[in-house]
Design a protein. Structure first.
Length: 256
């Protein structure tokens, strides 16, 4: 079996950062996929065979960009086995089609629907406390986990091939996405309470009025358990924060 150099694998991984650089409505990420795979295909098949083998790699493909390295790593292993004359359990196009949609759904739920609003909520809390590092914290929190998945997923899939599907199954990503969404709701509840108490303290009014925000927090928690999207929860939380703040201020006016 041909052994790829670390430099070639690094070349592929770096090209995956441009996966959506040629995104289009016909093949979506297909062009970026072939661009990333080209260094490996060139080593395995040479320029003469590239046109024939490229037909399996330039077609339709679409998955979450943070989990795409896991698919590419597995396909590289499959190509190595095929180039060595080993019969594959499943074809490359079939494997890509089999994992693309599930990975896209899991990635959207975890990274877009869970991690992004959670990181934003933490940064918002820091910003509300007047800390200038809030944007930096958001960037670090939001990029740390995706970077780990890009690297670990790619290397593990390269070693395991088709069995790499178990790599993601063992991580229980759907459960992790749910926990991230629940943590986001709790966090925004804390932000709401902090802003209300801060407003009341600034007006030198009783802090117990901040309890008016409790029903809003409980409502957001209930909606999160019912499967409402995180974006809707963030918008609802922001509205409730504003309403509770204004209402608390109005009530405070009537107090001595």
């Amino acid at each position: 079996m041909v052994k790829l150099s670390k430099l070639t694998l690094l070349h592929v991984w770096l090209r995956l950062l441009l996966l959506q650089g040629s995104w289009n409505f016909e093949r979506l990420q297909g062009g970026g996929w072939f661009y990333a795979m080209a260094p490996v295909l060139r080593v395995l098949y040479g320029e003469k065979e590239m046109q024939r083998i490229a037909r399996e790699h330039v077609g339709y493909f679409n998955t979450h960009p943070y989990l795409a390295p896991t698919v590419v790593g597995a396909v590289i292993r499959m190509e190595l086995e095929r180039a060595a004359g080993k019969e594959l359990e499943i074809g490359v196009p079939e494997f890509k089609e089999m994992v693309a949609s599930p990975y896209a759904a899991v990635g959207d739920a975890l990274f877009w629907g869970g991690l992004r609003p959670l990181a934003a909520g933490i940064a918002l809390l820091l910003a509300a406390k007047g800390l200038a590092v809030a944007p930096v914290v958001f960037l670090l929190l939001f990029n740390a986990l995706p970077l780990w998945f890009r690297i670990a997923g790619f290397l593990s899939a390269y070693e395991l091939g088709i069995q790499s599907v178990e790599f993601l199954q063992r991580r229980k990503l759907p459960d992790l996405a749910i926990r991230a969404k629940e943590a986001t709701v709790v966090l925004f509840g804390g932000v709401a309470a902090f802003m209300v108490f801060q407003l009341l303290d600034g007006k030198q009014k009783p802090l117990w009025l901040g309890l008016l925000a409790v029903p809003a927090v409980l409502l957001c928690g209930y909606l999160a358990r019912r499967g409402i999207s995180t974006l809707m929860l963030v918008l609802l939380s922001s509205g409730l924060i504003l309403i509770c703040s204004l209402f608390s201020a109005d009530v405070a006016v009537w107090l001595p």
